[in-house]
Design a binder for this molecule. Structure first.
Ligand code: AMP
Ligand code: MG
Length: 355
């Protein structure tokens, strides 16, 4: 049996204005194949709209730079030149690749943005419902390797040293875009703001009268409501998992996240939530920890500055008794109350369909 699931992962964010004070404005647009949501508190509706326009335009610009679907994106044009001389790239592309490579080094290659040739085979598998043949996976894997991604910060150039290499920054781009969107909003003088690019949420100062933004942690089962809530300010949280994109073949469920050692989509169901100082870090780490698994993943998170992580794993397909929950030592302290009955809760989509 083969099934492709494009269900959304649900989360919950609620925030209540405390009586008099600035107004709450909420904006949504679809970019990078996902819904981006912006919530701001300010006194000036025109300013809020300007901030939203600037934020979404910035995300749209990053999509044009970083997409691995749009054939003319800067990332695609760079991939087209694999095997050739160094290529001068934009600040954004350089920064995303620099952060990605750093994460590859820290995770021993569990996170690897050169994984695209393999990811492409799994995208086809999700469409066709058949496993990629082993020889095709091996051929694709022969073109993967973060050490072959060579960055020169002085010249701001990138060289892909092997012909046929291709990049895919899908594991980190939405977090980077959410960071960039919040920076636009702050640049216009609004500090109480939250950006949610699907499962990547970046928070600025909290809503008036509150200690933080209430952000629900998407449960393993996308049909369920969150049971855990974070209180978040001036920090980011990302959730990675297979709830939104996977393929089931012969009773085995393969995630869209690939283990670069085997070339196989992850099969152990898990939902990994990472809190970090910024969205680029939380997004990249959530994907990386999915590959590393709870033991190595949580050890890495414990070491990282300002990072906490929660990993929910299930042996079977359900969200029932066989679910195990593990977290870093400081995660519990980040949990807050759920949204109260009187609060104007909103339900953002965490995750979403691929383009
Ligand atoms: P996320 O939803 O942030 O966990 O990102 C998942 C996406 O990251 C996938 O759809 C791929 O585009 C990409 N990806 C898959 N496996 C890896 C990996 N091992 N390292 C880096 N990116 C990956
Ligand atoms: Mg990620």
């Amino acid at each position: 049996m083969a099934a492709v699931c494009l269900a959304a992962l649900w989360g919950w964010a609620a925030d209540a204005p405390a009586g008099e004070g600035p107004d709450r404005f909420e904006f949504r647009e679809t970019h990078m194949g996902s819904e981006f949501k912006l919530v701001v508190y300010c006194n000036d509706e025109a300013l809020a709209s300007r901030a939203a326009r600037a934020a979404f335009d910035r995300v749209a610009g990053l999509d044009a730079t970083l997409s691995d679907y749009k054939v003319d994106s800067e990332l695609m044009r760079l991939s087209d030149r694999a095997g050739g001389p160094p290529v001068a790239v934009s600040d954004d592309l350089f920064e995303v690749l620099r952060r990605s490579r750093e994460l590859s080094e820290r995770t021993g290659g569990a996170f690897d943005v050169t994984i695209n040739p393999v990811v492409k085979l799994w995208r086809r598998a999700r469409r066709d419902g058949t496993l990629p043949p082993r020889d095709r996976l091996d051929e694709a894997l022969s073109r993967v390797g973060w050490e072959k991604l060579v960055l020169d910060p002085g010249a701001r150039t990138v060289r892909l040293t092997l012909e046929g290499m291709r990049l895919d920054v899908g594991g980190i781009a939405k977090g980077y875009a959410s960071d960039a969107a919040l920076a636009e909003v702050r640049r216009l003088g609004i500090t109480r703001a939250l950006v949610a690019g699907a499962g990547d949420v970046v928070a600025g100062d909290p809503p008036p009268g509150r200690d933080g933004w209430t952000v629900g942690i998407a449960p393993l089962d996308p049909a369920r409501r969150p049971g855990r809530f974070l209180s978040l300010s001036n920090a980011a949280v990302s959730t990675s998992g297979d709830a939104e994109r996977y393929v089931e073949i012969d009773g085995v469920r393969y995630s869209h996240i690939v283990d670069p050692r085997s070339g196989l989509g992850l099969t152990g169901r898990s939902s990994v939530t990472v809190v970090a100082p910024d969205g680029t870090t939380s997004d990249g780490l959530a994907t990386a920890l999915s590959v590393l698994g709870p033991d190595r993943g949580l050890a890495l998170a414990e070491e990282a500055e300002g990072v906490e992580a929660l990993i929910v794993s299930a042996a079977g397909d359900g969200d029932g008794d066989r679910t195990t929950v593990r977290a870093t030592g400081g995660f519990g302290a980040m949990l807050g109350e759920g949204p109260g009955a009187s609060e104007p809760g909103t339900v953002p989509t965490l995750g979403g369909p691929e383009p």
